[in-house]
Design a protein around this ligand. Sequence first.
Ligand SMILES: Nc1ncnc2c1ncn2[C@@H]1O[C@H](COP(=O)(O)OP(=O)(O)OP(=O)(O)O)[C@@H](O)[C@H]1O
Ligand SMILES: [Mg+2]
Length: 410
Amino acid sequence: MIYLKGSGSLKEALGAYPLTEDLNGATCVVLELPENRSELAALPEGVPVWVVITGMLSLAEMKEIQAVGAKPVALSQLTAELSQYTESQRNPAVAIFEDDLYLKGPEMAGESSRQLAVGRKTRKNSQCHVAISFSTAGGVGKTFLSLNLAVCTALKGIDAVALDLDLRSSELDFAAGLVDPENRKKVIDKKARVPRDGWMTLANWRGFPRDNLKESILRHSSGLYVVPAYPTINTEIPGHEIEELICTLTESFDLVMIDGGLDFAQPHIRTALTLADTIFLVADQEIKSLGKVREFLALAGPNLKQKSKLVINMVNPQGYFAPDEVASRLQYNEYASIRMDRQGVNTARRSRRATVQMKGSPAGEDVWQIAYQQLPFSFSGANRPDSRASLWGRLKTLLCIWKGKRRIKA
Ligand SMILES: Nc1ncnc2c1ncn2[C@@H]1O[C@H](COP(=O)(O)OP(=O)(O)OP(=O)(O)O)[C@@H](O)[C@H]1O
Ligand SMILES: [Mg+2]
């Protein structure tokens, strides 16, 4: 039932929908503004509101619309929006991800948003692989996995960027050992490459020239480029904004690896999940996180599930469920696992490197396996040649060869 306040033409456009005069009994609200502005103050919580703007609005009025979470929509698009909403109410499991409502900004109505909805096809560089590490459970290793997979790729000389989209606990740059956790503007990784005039973050990326993007991105000693999510943006980022950022990154990189956090209700996370080629769905062996991941899978719909790979992290014999049981409860036939490895993870942290850079680390070895098996790159190439470390490595190799020759001669 729609609570509608507007002109005759609006009422006519919605003639096919059931209307109600009772605001509290309404399932959604449509208001024509600015005439019915006073109604904004009395809206009940949790009810979706669309506003059709047919006159000039002041900045204060625009802010008021934003504050109540109302969605501006063109009259020509209103019935399409309402039909999609009604359908989503009838069949929520499909609607959460398989409609494209969330990708539409007010300026992106109509056909262009439909193209965006298919996501991958609009990416300029179809060669670039977009992967996201995601889980609805907290603390299971999403950041750990995204960072370490991206470092594996970078160490093999492939252009990789790690993008932090976890606004709730954005920590990719700490996890990489790049910056001081107390002061994120202070780079503590001595081998990092730091752009002279500040570096790109999720908050300021539009301020940097796009033609030479890499020059504006912080670069870890492994060769991995990192786009942190600070200064903390605690408001929602619209889906189309993130679509644009991801597309921009795909133009310069072969891998965009996203730390997706856990909140799939956020439009930017849903957009990233939709755009990704591979979703690494991270779980551990605990009953609580299993429940949360199951909840997500029930809502995700088949498209997302199809491109997801289950990764069971921090595997240890004391875990509540055995890894096979975790997989079968989540209805995956296959899964990858990463062993619990506090020592490897902590040593890496102390030396400001990723766990995959630690020789003999069980967790590091497991992530390398995942990178080899699940990422679409040939990892046979040599390590990145342009870092200081590998220059030294090459000198050492030359020295060894020279010593070897001397030994043979002797
Ligand atoms: N295989 C592992 N062995 C040991 N420690 C690990 C392993 N994987 C991750 N950790 C550690 O567990 C902690 C949680 O991992 P991480 O921060 O990556 O989880 P998250 O899912 O990103 O958490 P959040 O939900 O807060 O974003 C970190 O201290 C990380 O270093
Ligand atoms: Mg995290």
